[in-house]
Design a protein around this ligand. Structure first.
Ligand SMILES: Cc1cc2nc3c(=O)[nH]c(=O)nc-3n(C[C@H](O)[C@H](O)[C@H](O)COP(=O)(O)OP(=O)(O)OC[C@H]3O[C@@H](n4cnc5c(N)ncnc54)[C@H](O)[C@@H]3O)c2cc1C
Length: 399
């Protein structure tokens, strides 16, 4: 089902499409297409942001004074849709969508001058140091401590599941600066140079053959007091602002649309006794159902974008989109694996598929099993689905 958004947005879409076709390097596109997993190569994310920055498009959602674009929510929607459809890599979300908005909203002028240009121009990868062993859902009880000594904080503790930390230059961290007050009131928001003495970063091997998730150990790490964002004890408020900032991205709508297109193509290309799998009832019904569900999700996202400023309970809305989006991510990638059947097992890990091509292997199978395995994590990252359902129950239904 193709969405009609009107003539002006169509023109805008064509303008973006032409620019992306001109700017997106072919090898970067090929990498994203071949892998197309949970996230992009970290280096590609930075390079692509630098390319977008030449047109002023790397942070269109920021206020114009900091380098954003004065686009409507629907224009931003179309922009991201086009980037995803063209197999452009994601930019470094931690920088552009998380810490960037926190810095321009709550940071000092010195912090804005120092960090915002580098984020905008893809010069520096940022990691999000929130979760700790035992304190993921229960984030408010985090234990990594920061003690003020003169003009620096001394930080001790451990973070875990920090995406991309091994490639990151900086991290934004939640740390406990006051253990004597209510849990949420004692948390502060610190920007930490990940090359600081006392920091050890270890990658964690993942089921899909990657190792993008990391553990970070902080042992008497000295952080200048000028790297504290806003007020001490306000970290929880800034973290909520950060997590609420992009309400519709939790749906992964562009990812879902793109992967569904890929699924449809696989179902057309793969055959059983000469019949495309897309025509067999057992696959046809699954495809049709997913098409309807992705279309419904897209309409929901658009409705939220149209009515955001009038809508109460936006947090519950974001949770609803996350539950639907994650479920679809898993259903779509599981269907890809099922369409390839037993061959899926032989395409794992991704390197094997590249190294030992055989006529028996369909083109484009590389990475499908790895992606389906990696996307199991969609029920956990960004707040588990049980936690999201708890939020919906409480905020939407008052339970
Ligand atoms: C791919 C991936 C990337 C990530 N990237 C980052 C990152 O960059 N930075 C970062 O800081 N963190 C990151 N995380 C961590 C993520 O935010 C946490 O894993 C998540 O919040 C869950 O916390 P936990 O792992 O401690 O699990 P737990 O909180 O221990 O949960 C375990 C189980 O108990 C359930 N549960 C817990 N509490 C409740 C409750 N109150 N009600 C009902 N059920 C409950 C959960 O739903 C889950 O099923 C990432 C995680 C993944 C998988």
């Amino acid at each position: 089902m193709d969405l009609q958004l009107g003539k002006e947005l169509d023109e805008f879409r064509h303008m973006v499409r032409a620019a992306v076709a001109e700017d997106l390097p072919a090898e970067m596109r090929a990498r994203q297409r071949a892998f197309g997993g949970l996230q992009s190569e970290n280096l590609d994310s930075l390079t692509w942001a630098a390319i977008l920055a030449r047109r002023g498009w790397s942070v269109p959602h920021w206020p114009v004074e900091y380098g954003g674009q004065d686009w409507t929510p629907l224009q931003k929607f179309v922009f991201e849709d086009e980037l995803s459809s063209a197999w452009a890599p994601d930019v470094n979300w931690g920088g552009t969508h998380m810490v960037g908005p926190v810095i321009y909203t709550f940071g000092t002028q010195a912090q804005k001058d120092r960090f915002l240009p580098d984020i905008r121009e893809g010069k520096c990868f940022w990691a999000q140091g929130f979760s700790e062993p035992g304190n993921g859902s229960d984030l408010a009880n985090l234990r990594t401590g920061a003690v003020l000594q003169g003009d620096r904080y001394i930080v001790n503790g451990q973070k875990i599941w920090t995406s991309g930390a091994h490639d990151a230059a900086w991290g934004f961290f939640l740390v406990r600066t006051d253990p004597t007050v209510k849990a949420q009131r004692g948390i502060s928001f610190l920007l930490i140079d990940l090359k600081s003495p006392g920091i050890t970063i270890r990658q964690i091997p993942e089921i899909n053959g990657e190792a993008d998730l990391c553990e970070i150990f902080l042992d008497n790490v000295e952080v200048p007091v000028g790297n504290l964002v806003g007020e001490p004890g306000m970290g929880w408020t800034y973290a909520k602002f950060l997590l609420d900032h992009e309400r519709t991205t939790s749906s992964f709508i562009f990812w879902n649309k793109r992967e569904l297109r890929r699924t449809r193509a696989i179902a057309q290309a793969e055959t059983l006794d000469g019949v495309p799998l897309a025509q067999l009832p057992q696959f046809q019904s699954r495809l049709i159902r997913l098409e309807a569900e992705v279309a419904a999700l897209e309409w929901s996202v658009l409705r939220v974008l149209e009515t955001e400023e009038f809508t109460h309970n936006l947090t519950a809305v974001a949770s609803t989109l996350k539950v639907s989006g994650s479920r679809l991510q898993q259903a779509i990638t599981e269907l890809q694996v099922d369409l390839y059947g037993a061959l899926s097992m032989r395409s794992f890990p991704i390197e094997l598929a590249h190294q030992r091509p055989t006529p028996l292997w369909p083109t484009n199978i590389a990475g499908r099993t790895a992606t389906a395995l990696g996307i199991r994590a969609a029920t956990i990252f960004g707040g588990t689905l049980q936690i999201q359902r708890g939020i919906i129950a409480k905020l939407a239904f008052g339970l």
